[in-house]
Design a protein. Structure first.
Length: 132
């Protein structure tokens, strides 16, 4: 088997998170969902590709930059924790999950967008928010 990073592939294979080339990322997503954890996050910090795996649901909020974390209210931090697990949501889904009014959900989601945590796609009633 060929791998861009044989050492990393070996570790993931031992953890039963990667079986064959090309299946590891999907396995990470499935395992995160199965265990109620935030989806893995991929970022580029030239010249590296950085993979962040969360060990607890709360880790998504704690991994935010200190300035971003300080800018969020306690309710918004809990909301961020939920959306980081979900990966994508509509304002009505967020409102139901967080047990808040849709207006409050839209305010939270707009705040996440302003802070660069989510990206809004679609328009009208089909607007969705994707975790970046």
């Amino acid at each position: 088997m060929l791998s861009w990073n044989p050492e990393l592939h070996y570790v993931f294979a031992k953890m039963e998170l990667a079986e064959e080339r090309g299946l590891g990322i999907r396995s990470l997503q499935i395992q995160a969902e199965r265990h109620g954890l935030p989806l893995p996050k991929f970022t580029s910090e030239a010249p590296y590709l950085v993979l962040t795996l969360y060990r607890t649901p709360e880790a998504a909020a704690r991994s935010l930059a200190p300035a971003v974390l300080a800018a969020l209210s306690r309710a918004e931090q809990e909301g961020w924790q939920w959306i980081a697990n979900a990966g994508r949501t509509k304002s009505s889904q967020y409102a139901k999950a967080m047990r808040v009014e849709v207006r409050t959900a839209r305010r939270h989601l707009s705040r996440f967008e302003d802070l660069g945590l989510v990206r809004k796609t679609g328009s009208g009633p089909s607007i969705e928010y994707d975790v970046i």
